[in-house]
Design a protein around this ligand. Structure first.
Ligand code: SF4
Ligand code: ZN
Length: 125
């Protein structure tokens, strides 16, 4: 255990939409009884990529005591997800996460994934 950054889910704000489950590339988040939960703390790297995908603002990053991030286990989860065909794609051009890095963005209050090529257009119009 170490004091480190890790995602926090506000149960009151979470409406169980599930948008954060796949975006959590590492597979740390699952829906349990209609609410997002960090089921495996060692899979959350605390980078906060998931935050902007949440439409209700339920996700934040906090600093607290938690098991250390396990990069090998996280990679394994990502690999298994891609193998299963659960691949994220760019909301603008459809480019898959396996082709280009994608970033979570909030557009008109909606959480979407955008590739690095489309991101400048999204920001600057
Ligand atoms: S994206 Fe936000 S509201 Fe939706 S399940 Fe995840 S934490 Fe809950
Ligand atoms: Zn794109």
């Amino acid at each position: 255990m170490a004091v480190r950054k890790i995602a926090r889910i506000d149960e009151e704000k979470c409406d169980g939409c599930g948008l954060c489950v796949t975006p959590c590339a590492e597979g740390a988040i699952e829906l349990v009884n209609g609410k997002a939960k960090i089921v495996k703390e060692e899979l959350c790297d605390g980078a906060g990529f998931c935050l902007s995908i949440c439409p209700t603002g339920a996700l934040t990053i906090e600093e607290r005591e938690a098991p250390e991030f396990d990069p090998a286990a996280a990679q394994e989860r990502i690999h298994a997800r891609l193998e299963a065909g659960d691949v994220l794609s760019c909301h603008k051009c459809g480019t898959k996460e396996t082709e280009k890095p994608l970033l979570a963005c909030r557009v008109n209050g909606e959480g979407v994934w955008v590739c690095v090529k489309c991101l400048p257009r999204l920001i600057h119009g």
